[in-house]
Design a protein around this ligand. Structure first.
Ligand SMILES: [Fe+2]
Ligand SMILES: [Fe+2]
Length: 198
């Protein structure tokens, strides 16, 4: 049976192996596609925040988080090439949507920008934790890519720091904090769901 597995086209020797391999390969494929899209979106959100607040007192803090997002994005660009994963077709949309979200909330003020950070990073931390659980539940741990596992763990911890930074910088005092974070979280979850498949 011919199928696309990690690293390209392969021939599987038995149906059972093919099924297991296809499942592991599918999980890997979906994880890399969605994380690549998400980290690109995050990079653009912080770019949008920097465009508006770069020269304000929170500029250096945003820049530090942005630098980390650039590294996250680079890593998934490396992984998407390494495993020949098809990027989501919606990259151009996430590119623009991310920047608009970052700049738009920043225009509402520093605290609204931080509320955006808190909302986005909350969803990303949950999303990375879900992936870590899925990878750990894989019956055949030999199928689990250790580089991917370590990458997700590291990024999850950094996203948690971004979330905490947002809280420390007064996100919760943003006007309409509850409504704003609810809308942004829902948007992020939708973007994640779409990027897994499209
Ligand atoms: Fe990130
Ligand atoms: Fe982040």
């Amino acid at each position: 049976m011919l199928h696309l597995g990690r690293g390209g086209v392969r021939f599987a020797s038995s149906t059972a192996a093919a099924t297991a391999d296809t499942k592991a390969a599918k999980i890997l494929d979906s994880i890399i596609r969605v994380n690549h899209a998400g980290e690109l979106g995050a990079d653009r959100i912080y770019a949008g925040q920097m465009a508006v607040l770069g020269k304000s007192s929170v500029g250096p803090t945003i820049e530090h988080m942005w630098d980390q997002e650039k590294k996250h994005r680079e890593k998934f660009e490396e992984l998407i090439r390494k495993y020949r994963v098809r990027p989501t077709a919606l990259l151009p949309i996430w590119n623009v949507a991310g920047f608009v979200l970052g700049a738009g909330t920043a225009l509402m003020g520093e605290k609204a920008a931080m509320a955006c950070t808190v909302a986005v990073e909350t969803v990303i931390v949950e999303h990375y934790n879900d992936q870590l659980r899925a990878l750990m539940e894989e019956k055949n741990q030999d199928d689990v890519d250790q580089e991917l596992l370590e990458t997700i763990k590291k990024f999850r911890d950094e996203e948690q720091e971004h979330h905490d930074t947002g809280i420390d910088l007064g996100a919760e005092q943003a006007p309409l904090y509850d409504a704003l974070t609810k809308i942004i979280k829902a948007g992020c979850k939708t973007a994640i769901a779409i990027s897994k498949v499209v």
